[in-house]
Write a protein that binds this ligand. Structure first.
Ligand code: GAR
Length: 376
């Protein structure tokens, strides 16, 4: 077939016949569906994974009309035939069927695929109930696939739509060079790296430093290719001795950091660091400061019987957890919450808030403005 001149998507009937042929040959037909408006590496990898679940992959593609119903009047960017043609050109895709409803229920009923693949932000429970019922009717096996973090059509559109900076602003907007310090799991470091990856945050993590050798924080940094260093904090279990503070300054200078981010770093910085990076150290803290300063903030909010807590991004000053507040997010405390469940919900907000503050760093610093964001 000459694809350039005569591309035609499959009909639902052709896909159904394909499924019947497969059934008689003991092969498996995999089906997935979506809008696939601006194809990106995340889609490609996702479709490859889906294809590996069987012997051929059919993609149900939302028509232009159904994309508008799902995503609003400005979408899709590309027409249904163009989207179908681009998808069909992928090695992983064996056929594309365009469908006109918001959901693929009718198509699932028609094709009755052996396997149904869906992206990792779903669970079998959160699938559309009608689609789920159709899959159950057809005896289709459901597979949830992991999505590639940081790749999304929305982030592409955000980058395309942000106005082009003038020459002067361009200079000012060169990527922010970050040094991230942590003693914990490294989830905030991951959130920063993911925001950089998706283009939401124009920055580079030039060094990651921990007071704990082989901490998950350092492992996260290494896995992402970030230069990662253990800094021996001295012999006291909680203190951070002066010699180590000077070493830290040396490491930060050598890495060329513009800004130091404390992402779960549990030692207290002293004057050598403040002198070298005055006004350029931020911390994320798991409470609504000034409430619950210190190392046990989540527990303290529960013990105090608070109705809500949250997280705060603030400038670091010699007085613990007391510098200028840059942003806060609120998290309601629910009946039955324990420290773990509450901290998990606070961290969801941290992962949104910290990259957001870093993305606004130049404005925050230049205008001395306060809170950039609060949310529930
Ligand atoms: C974060 O929740 C952060 O707010 C907290 O440590 C956690 C680190 O998590 N920081 C403090 O308690 C500082 N007083 P992470 O290692 O998964 O990013």
């Amino acid at each position: 077939m000459n694809w350039v001149d005569s591309f035609a998507p499959l009909t639902a009937e052709q896909a159904r016949i394909m499924r019947e042929d497969f059934q008689s040959q003991g092969k498996k037909l995999v089906f997935t569906n979506g809008c696939f408006d601006l194809l990106h590496a995340g889609h490609v990898r996702y479709l490859q994974q889906a294809r590996e679940l069987g012997d051929a992959l059919i993609v149900g593609l939302n028509s232009d009309e159904s994309v508008r119903k799902l995503k609003g009047p400005t979408r899709p960017v590309n027409s249904e035939l163009d989207r179908a043609e681009v998808l069909s050109a992928l090695r992983a895709v064996d056929g594309v069927v365009i469908f006109h409803d918001k959901r693929a229920t009718g198509l699932i009923d028609a094709i009755q695929p052996h396997v149904y693949a869906k992206g990792g932000d779903y669970t079998p429970e959160s699938l559309d109930p009608d689609e789920l019922a159709a899959l159950q009717r057809a005896g289709t096996q459901i597979q949830i696939l992991s999505l590639v973090p940081g790749r999304s059509t929305t982030s592409i559109l955000q980058r395309v739509q942000s106005p082009l900076p003038s020459a002067g602003v361009l200079e000012e907007k060169k990527p922010l060079l970050l040094a991230v310090l942590g003693s914990g799991k490294g989830s905030n470091l991951r959130a920063i790296l993911s925001a950089i990856d998706s283009g939401v945050l124009s920055a580079q993590v030039v060094v990651a430093i921990s007071d704990l050798p082989d901490s998950p924080f350092l492992q996260t940094a290494r896995a992402a290719g970030v230069p990662a260093h253990y800094l021996h904090p001295g012999d006291h279990p909680r203190k951070f001795d002066l010699k180590a503070q000077y070493e830290l300054v040396e490491m930060l200078r050598k890495a060329g950091a513009d800004l130091v981010v404390l992402a779960g770093f549990m030692r207290i910085l002293k004057s050598p660091v403040f002198e070298a990076f005055e006004g350029r150290i931020v911390n994320i803290h798991p409470s609504l400061l000034p409430s619950h300063k210190g190392a046990t903030a989540v527990r303290d909010a529960l013990v105090a019987g608070d109705e809500q807590t949250g997280c705060t991004v603030h400038l670091v000053t010699p007085e613990i957890d007391s510098g200028r507040i840059l942003a806060q997010a609120h998290v309601p405390i629910q009946p039955g919450d324990d420290e773990e469940s509450l901290h998990a919900r606070i961290q969801e907000q941290e992962h949104r808030l910290l990259p957001q503050v870093l993305a606004h760093w130049h404005q925050l610093q230049a205008h001395q403005i306060g809170v950039v964001s609060t949310s529930c």
